[in-house]
Design a protein around this ligand. Structure first.
Ligand SMILES: O=C(O)CCC(=O)C(=O)O
Length: 285
């Protein structure tokens, strides 16, 4: 049974991530795998020492854009993104990353602990004031990663590791320990087609792939509108989506690609309403 957005949100606030099981259909999953397998094999052969290869800017890709457009525009994902970030959701990047098979002696090794872009925990980790930092109340993320895995995740294919609660507590892993298991880590149980939706303050890592197959996932990285985005939006598929969105006055879709002329004004109107509410609640002296 599918969980409600509120149940996902409760889990997300507590742990810094939530799981959407069976997010991608098996037929789409198979189509994506067969569309990218040869490309990854070619890239791994060309650069055997690189730990990963990425097919970036998917909406600009001549064939994958059409195949993956419904995945990016999935209203369930966008509803949840709006639930956690507010109506400010813009795409940063949409890509497929693949990890080649590595020798068996690297079995179950941590790839690298990190937080994703725009986090403040890493920014302040080595500042003298960080000694006084206490866990803070939940705050909305500035960015979220929607990671959809394209194979069952096993110890061989390399589990996703997370430190639940690290979006709130400033946990820090020194550079020399980023390839070591963490005392509070959880290895997330995932099947092909499951999606993990993260908070940008969550500490997480992949694990090395020692299976005989490519390990890969699709990442849709979304962020607050107005932040710099890696993907290009001036490409035919995005232009066609936006043209159709304009006809329906679908502001949410337009915002996903950075267009919303009135958003700052509407946000300020919401602030004005809150400020007026606070003033109305003041006790007279
Ligand atoms: O490899 C994984 O499972 C996680 C990937 C990841 O953390 C990232 O690309 O930011």
């Amino acid at each position: 049974m599918q969980r409600t957005l509120e149940e996902h949100f409760a889990e997300y606030k507590r742990n810094g991530f939530t799981l959407f099981r069976n997010y991608m259909s098996h037929s789409l999953l198979e189509d994506v795998r067969s569309a990218v397998d040869a490309e990854f094999a070619r890239r791994f052969a060309e650069h055997p020492d690189r730990p990963r290869a990425t097919i970036a800017d998917l909406m600009a890709h001549p064939t994958l854009a059409h195949l993956l457009k419904p995945h990016l525009l999935n209203s369930h994902m966008l509803d949840f993104a709006e639930r956690v970030m507010g109506p400010f959701v813009q795409l940063d990047s949409f890509e497929i990353t693949g990890f080649p098979s590595r020798p068996a002696d690297q079995f179950n090794r941590v790839a690298e602990w990190h937080r994703d872009a725009f986090n403040y925990s890493d920014m302040w980790a080595n500042h003298p004031s960080s000694a006084h930092f206490k866990p803070h109340p939940y705050t909305a993320p500035t960015a979220c990663n929607c990671l959809t895995y394209l194979q069952d995740m096993t110890a061989e294919s390399g589990a996703l590791r997370v430190v639940p609660g690290s979006h709130l507590d400033f946990s820090h892993i020194p550079a020399q320990e980023r390839d070591q298991p963490h005392a509070r880590e959880v290895l997330v149980e995932l099947s092909a087609g499951d999606m993990v939706f993260t908070h940008n303050e969550l500490l997480h890592a992949g694990s090395i792939n020692t299976s005989e197959q490519t390990r890969y996932f699709i990442s849709a990285y979304v962020q607050r509108i107005g932040l710099p985005h890696r993907d290009r939006f001036d490409v035919p598929v995005v232009e066609a989506i936006c043209q159709e969105a304009r006809q329906r006055n679908d502001r949410r879709t337009l915002r996903l690609f950075g267009f919303d002329a009135n958003f700052a004004e509407r946000e300020q109107a919401a602030w004005r309403a809150m400020i007026a509410e606070d003033r109305a609640e003041l006790h007279p002296q």
